[in-house]
Ligand binder design. Structure first.
Ligand SMILES: [Zn+2]
Length: 426
């Protein structure tokens, strides 16, 4: 699950994206894209057959735009195609590919001189189109995928002011900037911790269709250098076929921690962990053995680590609450919920999944989440915890990862040299 590491970055990104939309320019127009010859890291293309043009001159081509309350059958009707043909298409096993139309979709329909339907071409997206083809035995629908070219490109920048602007200037799309912040989210708070002079380097994939940039793909490697070179954070991708397994540092250590920093996004801490505090309802001094997050009713609560729900119920103090047992000695507790999520007691949950919603059940003066972190049954302060890393790279990937990451590290280092070289010639 992807989530914004913090609200400030999210707002920055939204603001900058809007600005971009207004000025109608794209990241790639602002920088030169460098293409690196990297060995077999990119998974090439969605295999594709390109749409064929097989119509004969006797066919008439009609372009039909789907408007409100229109469908494939109204489109065919408008071209005087028989109801029997429409019925036949509707009975094809994958007819939904052509009947799930949206307002604004455009169909290319070919009809012969006897008003017999010969072909329909429905461009679903830039990459995918569906085609109805007529053969001697009847119609069938096939999928066409355009050949997407995956390129490997780089972005390097030095922060001077806002990170987002520097990253954007370096040619990263809003999506890649979000991904970059996400993959370092456990180590670096991009809005608060980065300083002027900090350096970022990214090797990432971009997608092209007919030589035209259509979007960014995965980040393959990234490096953040902070404190005048004192501190270097590396991230390297591990993929199995198309699927991203995770990001690891140069030693194969998972960049993710076993626990999220916080179970809720975009909310404020209203009460910290303390051995003694004045309880607003009980009107007496009592210890507060968790952290309170204030926020709107119904804010989704993410389980901070993978584990098993061992309790889901009601208690006089905690109200509606959930206890999750994690690997070994860790347990987390989520209290004052307005509602439970879809998981029942005994379910296994994965880090980041929504297990409930913020509320004020039990002893609470206002809507907030009471979050506890326990180690061997003893309450700990989650804001001060050094969380253990999530699992290291799987044994079966280790050799491949080692080879790929060291190649990528060399590329990152080379990026460094070219930057400094470029600078000295300025
Ligand atoms: Zn509390």
């Amino acid at each position: 699950m992807r989530h914004w590491p913090n609200q400030k970055l999210f707002q920055l990104t939204v603001a900058a994206t809007l600005l971009l939309a207004i000025f109608n320019c794209r990241a790639s127009t602002l920088s030169e894209r460098t293409i690196l010859p990297l060995p077999e890291l990119s998974t090439p293309s969605l295999s594709g057959i390109s749409p064929e043009t097989e119509e004969t001159p006797q066919w008439q081509e009609h372009k039909v735009k789907i408007r409100k309350n229109e469908s494939l059958s109204t489109a065919l009707d408008s071209l005087d195609i028989s109801a029997a043909t429409t019925y036949e298409i509707g009975r094809l096993k994958n007819s939904n590919l052509l009947t799930n139309l949206r307002v604004g979709d455009e169909l290319d329909i070919w009809v012969d001189k006897d008003r017999n339907l010969q072909k329909i071409l429905y461009p679903k997206s830039q990459i995918t189109s569906y085609e109805l083809v007529k053969t001697s035995t009847g119609y069938y629908i096939k999928e066409n995928k355009a050949q997407v070219e995956i390129r490997t490109e780089t972005a390097v920048g030095t922060i001077n002011g806002a990170f987002y602007l520097a990253a954007h200037k370096a040619g990263l799309s809003a999506r890649s900037i979000m991904n970059l912040a996400d993959l370092f989210a456990w180590d670096i708070d991009f809005a608060r911790e980065l300083r002027d002079g900090d350096v970022f380097k990214v090797i990432h994939e971009t997608k092209y269709l007919d030589g035209k940039y259509i979007g960014d793909g995965d980040i393959l490697a990234a490096q953040i250098i902070t404190e005048k070179g004192e501190n270097t954070h590396n991230a390297f991708i591990m993929r199995d076929k198309q699927k991203v397994i995770g990001y690891y540092d140069e030693k194969g250590k998972n960049l993710k921690k076993a626990f999220l920093r916080s179970p809720v996004d975009y909310v404020r801490i209203t009460s910290k962990f303390s051995p003694r505090r004045f309880h607003p309802i009980l009107k007496k001094w009592r210890s507060h053995r968790g952290v309170d997050y204030g926020g709107p009713m119904g804010t989704p609560i993410h389980v901070t680590g993978s584990g098993k729900i061992i309790y889901e119920g009601w208690g006089p103090g905690y109200g509606r609450h959930i206890k999750v047992q994690h690997a070994g000695k860790y347990m987390t507790v989520y209290g004052h919920l307005s509602k439970f999520g879809k998981f029942k007691k005994g379910s296994y949950v994965t880090q980041g999944e929504t297990i409930g919603y913020l509320g004020m059940s039990g002893l609470a003066t206002g809507p907030h989440l009471h979050y506890e972190f326990r180690i061997n049954g003893k309450h700990a302060d989650p804001l001060k915890m050094k969380f253990p890393a999530a699992g290291p790279i799987d044994k079966k990937y280790r050799a491949v990862f080692k080879k790929q990451s060291s190649l990528l590290l060399t590329q990152l280092d080379r990026l460094d040299n070219t930057t400094y070289l470029a600078r000295s010639f300025e």
